[in-house]
Design a protein around this ligand. Sequence first.
Ligand code: 5GP
Length: 347
Amino acid sequence: MRIEQDIKLDFKDVLIRPKRSTLASRREVDIKRRYTFKWSGREYHGVPIIAANMDGVGTFSMAKAFVADGNGLTAALVKHYEVDELVDFYTENGSDNVWYSIGVTERDVEKLDRFLAKTDGKLDKLCIDVANGYSEPFADFVKRMRDKLPETTIMAGNVVTGEMVEELVLGGADVVKVGIGPGSVCTTRKMTGVGYPQLSAVIECADAAHGLKGFVCADGGCTVPGDLAKAFGAGADFVMLGGMLAGHEQSETEVVEIDGKKFLEFYGMSSSTAMNKHAGGVAEYRASEGKTVHIPYRGPIEPTLQDVLGGIRSACTYVGAVELKELSKRTTFVRVTQQINNVFGSS
Ligand code: 5GP
């Protein structure tokens, strides 16, 4: 047994220190980023925020809202759409704003093959998603997909430490997804005691990936726009959101009324709710259970997006970053014991 003594940090443990700058307004800030992926060679240009492949979040409706929004956000589509539905979606909306999500089962591969048979073997972006990115079969699977799809941008995860990021990047991942346990409806830490504070995971993993020309996606744990600013400040190239994008019109989920108020069900993809819905389809998806919650219905996604993008733009002006690209270079984190004043409640 060993104990690592240096303190690892979460978003709530830090704030970003303001810096002198010449920026007059947040309108001057460009929060799109331009990436060329190591393996696929493809280019990406947009606000690097990804809707998680969760029911109520990674939906066609969400992806369509991103297409309409025009800022280049992307959605990792939930795994249970049928091949024909996927093909129709891609035909109508293009592939710029979506990741095709896949697990590591043969069923997943067989479905992907049926999809590829209808698209002349073409796929822009693939998200390979498992609960535990530390298993050897997972790393082998990433290599197998890289060989099979040399021109597809591959995002794979989840892991939280540099050595595993390196292995995945070297094995064919263009983007490594970082986060074990921080999610809003995740119970991994409770059930297994396993995890890693998300801010430190992002800092360490980004460093490992960037050394190899790979990218990282900070996945899970963002609760407010400021957390995205911290994730980008910590070196994340993409940030994936579940809970922050849940509860909207785009969720493709039934709205229920409780005591005259509107709610939506939201759940982890390995919760019993998800298991029951997609019987057999997601059992292997997360190592431990997720929870099911009812969240207030929030209406259309557009005002939420405006809030999130506005928060990031404003963070950039506070540190004098003209582009999001500069944010991490201009970020100094201050460790804090209190972050937010909740005297009038936590919202
Ligand atoms: P959030 O933005 O809601 O904090 O986190 C979203 C992330 O939580 C997802 O992208 C995914 O990585 C993770 N997640 C989703 N469902 C589950 C689940 O049932 N169990 C666990 N452990 N993680 C989940």
